[in-house]
Ligand binder design. Structure first.
Ligand code: S3P
Length: 435
């Protein structure tokens, strides 16, 4: 499918974007290996988190729903998972593959994890290396790519692992393997990354000790069922934060958004660029801070993005690049080389897309230099990457003509209701078959 987005328009009203993808994945994983029944609300019914849900169903876990974001997981305990009949296909979802690699390494039977064409190109040595140190036996395809063949029956032991990159997926993989390991598993991160695993494990009765940049837990562990209220995803909200900032006359409120400080880099970056963003009614839900977020249009200016904010906004760069393209002056992003190994090479694909729309954007090894100016009409490719498709949709709000975006089916991985919700807020977006 492709999106055709008419230029202009304003974003208005109150909307609630779907549930947080990272928290939705973890709620199914932890609910499945816990003892007792966990009730989840606000679950993201997107393809990625549904793939995690299907994987546990294939391993014998009884899971009711999702229905209207409600899921009931009847946990089977740490040793209750059953050998799946086939390889588990996690589609486009890197989070499923990397976290499940850790979780399944301590089981008594073999499991194979495979994915779609995009996931099959993504690096997995970053998780198989520490897992091997813990005593796991995981076979990959050439150059450490998927599929992953995890062989069962190996007793894991805790390690102290210094992560070479700032990655919540690698951290979580090690901690989840640590649940099955003998002794203490500690992971040290080079910069803060999202801490949903640490928070949610604690809620499921497994204390995670945090000392500076090191997180530790003791294995073997036991999880106790817990109810989870999944907040709206700040990563999905980011499209509307940028859209409302760049579309003159906009005033939109995003409800019940997760504002965990390890995820709010996008707010800090947009504020640095002069955005008018207000956090209303801050509160707690299910161990995570949430708020309603009001955004009014503002004249954006360029910024040199501080590198410490990069991991805290890692999924939001496609749309941050769009904000930079509408801002006055030259925006410089560095320290973001991880963007090259996401669902696509987000540096290359966004630079090419912006150039196709007449923007002066130059890809660098670890980021981009963007000179803000008029965005022209044109056609871009999402390269099957959900966040690229949604970012370019928002670009139309400050473009001089319509924007067409090809290959948009993957938007359903994280935001299945995007077209309807964006239309209801004021974006003139239509879904058509690819030409
Ligand atoms: C995620 C961590 C991030 C992020 C991904 C979800 C998670 O990946 O890009 O969309 O849920 O842990 P990295 O940890 O590899 O940066």
């Amino acid at each position: 499918m492709k999106f055709t987005v008419k230029n202009g328009g304003v974003l208005k009203g109150n909307i609630r974007v779907p549930g947080d993808k990272s928290i939705s994945h973890r709620s199914i994983m932890f609910g499945s290996i816990a003892e007792g029944t966990s009730h989840i609300s606000g679950f993201l019914e997107g393809e990625d988190s549904l793939n995690t849900l299907r994987a546990f169903r294939a391993m014998g876990v009884e899971i009711e729903g999702p229905e209207d974001g409600k899921v009931v997981v009847h946990g089977v305990g740490m040793q209750g998972l059953k050998k799946p009949e086939h390889a588990l296909d996690v589609g486009n979802s890197g989070t499923s593959m990397r976290l499940l690699a850790g979780l399944f390494s301590g089981l008594s039977f073999d499991v194979e994890l495979k994915g779609d064409a995009s996931l099959s190109k993504r690096p997995m040595a970053r998780v198989t290396n520490p897992l091997a140190e813990m005593g796991a036996v995981v076979e990959t395809a050439a150059e450490g790519r998927p599929p992953l063949k995890i062989s069962g029956g190996h007793q894991l032991h805790g390690i102290n692992y210094e992560m070479p990159m700032a990655s919540a997926q690698v951290k979580s993989c090690c901690l989840l393997a640590g649940l099955y390991a003998e002794g203490r598993t500690c992971v040290t991160e080079p910069a803060p990354t999202r801490d949903h695993t640490e928070r949610m494990l604690t809620a499921f009765g497994v204390p995670v000790e945090v000392k500076g940049s090191t997180m530790c837990l003791e294995g073997p562990a036991k999880l106790t069922a817990c109810d989870i209220d999944v907040p709206a995803d700040i990563s999905s909200s980011a499209f509307f934060m940028v859209g409302a900032s760049i579309a003159k006359g906009s005033d939109i409120t995003l409800e019940h958004v997760g504002i965990n400080p390890t995820r709010t880099g996008v707010i800090d970056i947009l504020k640095l660029m002069g955005a008018d963003i207000e956090l209303l009614n801050p509160r707690e839900a299910g161990g995570e801070p949430v708020a309603d977020i009001r955004i009014r249009s503002a004249k954006l200016k360029s910024a040199v993005i501080p590198e410490h904010l990069v991991p805290l906004a890692i999924d939001e760069f496609p749309v941050i690049f769009v904000a930079a393209a509408c801002a006055e002056g030259e925006t410089v992003i560095t320290g973001a080389e991880e963007l090259r190994v996401k669902e696509c090479d987000r540096i290359q694909v966004m630079a090419e897309g912006l150039q196709a729309l007449g923007v002066d954007a130059r890809a660098t090894d670890d980021g981009m230099v963007i000179r803000g100016g008029a965005i022209q009409s044109g056609t871009v490719h999402s390269h099957d990457d959900h966040r690229i498709a949604m970012a370019f949709s928002m670009a139309a709000l400050c473009a001089t003509g319509k924007i067409e975006i090809e290959d948009c089916d993957n938007v359903s991985t994280s935001f299945p209701s995007f077209v309807d919700l964006a239309s209801s807020a004021g974006l003139s977006i239509e879904l058509k078959a690819n030409s």
